[in-house]
Ligand binder design. Structure first.
Ligand SMILES: [Zn+2]
Length: 460
């Protein structure tokens, strides 16, 4: 399996001349994108092919001293900018946007796209030099600041197209690395159901003969709501458009960082659990959401549209897949249609089985459980062709293949109890519960896995 990652590394121009040259490169690239934008907009070009035909020769003739790969990257970027502007414009025409979108400009452009042919990394002892070829035999040299994490990541990786970023007076390299990782088939399974505010999980440990249902909350919609209120306040109270835009940008960045942080911590926690229990991950197939999501986003399913707007599903699953693959674990997809309205016990499927957002109650057999947990149990039976049954008041999983019966322990889905998991140190906590003694304790008392979390928290 292939994974892609971006490393952000600080670059220091080697000499004064290199510093002047890189400033020039940023300026020139901006001009290239600007020219390409003008051509693209004047002829309403929308395809890569047409853009190339219109721009390549014109720009090459105008800027013969610049490496041709910068020219190509510049019109690709200009095309992307134009297309996103057109999308906004269409939304505005349909009355879905309040203000008319402004035409794309390059004033805010602080990146230079680097095709792999335009740069290389040279190592000289402990010193890493980053060399960008500007064209006409000229190159710009930087000292790369390498920290151990980046070095480990670079080991055995291929390099992809990257970017230079100018941020706060400093120059950074956004280096794309591509790695082939061999994954192995683990014996245990980890089923997850991703929701806008939480992820529900069913972890099956066949080796030790038990399964656990638990959840991790990230409350992304709570973050969204509080920032929406901040935005409304700014719109109402701040009259100066310059100040207003700066404030909006500032809080927008803050919101993105917060959501990103929650996603990453959640993904990391799930990765730790999977690795410690040696489990492959099985999740809902998000292919229809991920692939050219833009067009499909305008689906008739209002609820789906809302979910997509508040929670970045495809981003979350990309992070999750990378996390698992880096731990050499496999990710599998299962068709999740109807998993939250189908009874895992008697298989009766009806919208009315979902009593409210959180509760599932089967209209036929009366089986009642948190709706997200129900989705996890259904993922299990679909994926493994297994069965979910009730015996002595406890949910049991029966695998057809191995003929094994596994009891399920449930953690409470109460948000107040487990939200803190993300504020604490997930690594530490998860590694603690994976010690066999804790597992025995969990099994013998039938305790909720997350009550165990809080128990450990008070003790440490
Ligand atoms: Zn039922």
């Amino acid at each position: 399996m292939e994974i892609r990652k971006t490393l952000k590394l600080k670059l220091i121009p080697l000499t004064k001349r290199d510093k002047a040259e890189v400033v020039k490169l940023f300026k020139e690239y901006r001009v290239l994108v600007k020219d390409a934008l003008q051509i693209i907009m004047a002829s309403d070009a929308r395809s890569r092919k047409r853009t190339h035909d219109l721009c390549y020769r014109v720009l090459r003739e105008k800027y013969p001293h610049i490496h041709n790969k910068f020219v190509e990257e510049a019109y690709k970027r200009a095309l992307a900018m134009y297309k996103s502007y057109r999308r906004l414009l269409r939304r505005w025409e349909r009355g879905k946007l309040r203000g008319k979108p402004s035409q794309p400009t390059v004033n805010e452009l602080r990146v230079v796209d680097l095709h792999i042919d335009t740069f290389r990394i040279e190592q000289n002892g402990h010193i890493y030099v980053f060399r960008v070829s500007r064209g006409s035999g000229q190159s710009i040299r930087f000292i790369m600041l390498m920290y151990n994490y980046a070095l480990n990541q670079l080991w055995g990786a291929r390099i992809g197209n990257s970017k230079l970023l100018f941020d706060g007076g400093e120059i950074y390299l956004l280096l794309t690395i591509v790695k082939d990782v061999e994954t192995r088939l683990a014996r245990n399974k980890f089923y997850i159901d991703v929701n806008e505010d939480s992820v529900a999980a069913l972890l099956i440990d066949f080796d030790r003969g038990f399964a656990t249902l638990f959840s991790i909350r990230y409350n992304v919609s709570r973050i969204r709501i509080s920032y929406r209120n901040i935005r409304r306040g700014i719109q109402k109270k701040v009259d100066d458009p310059y100040v207003r835009n700066r404030l909006l940008a500032k809080y927008g960045a803050e919101e993105r960082n917060k959501v990103e942080d929650r996603l990453k911590k959640t993904v990391h926690t799930l990765g730790e659990v999977a690795e410690n229990f040696d489990a492959n991950l099985v999740r809902e197939g998000l292919r229809d959401l991920r692939n050219n999501g833009r067009r499909k986003r305008k689906s008739k399913n209002k609820k789906l549209n809302y979910r997509l707007e508040t929670f970045p599903y495809s981003k979350f699953s990309t992070y999750l897949d990378t996390e698992l693959v880096e731990r050499k674990l496999t990710v599998e997809e299962v068709d999740a249609r109807g998993t939250s309205i189908t009874c895992p016990i008697c298989r009766y499927s009806d919208k009315r089985n979902r009593v409210d957002r959180e509760t599932f109650r089967c209209g036929k057999c009366g089986f009642t459980l948190n709706a997200h947990y129900v989705a996890c149990l259904n993922l299990f039976s679909r994926h493994n062709d297994g069965m979910v049954a009730i015996s002595g008041g406890r949910i049991m999983l029966i695998t057809h293949e191995a003929g094994q019966v596994v009891p399920v322990y449930e953690a409470s889905y109460d948000p107040t109890k487990n939200e803190w998991v993300l504020r604490g140190k997930p690594v530490l906590i998860i590694s603690k519960i994976t010690q066999t003694t804790k597992i025995t304790q969990l099994m013998s008392t039938g305790n909720h896995i997350l009550s165990l979390f809080s128990d450990l928290e008070t003790r440490s």
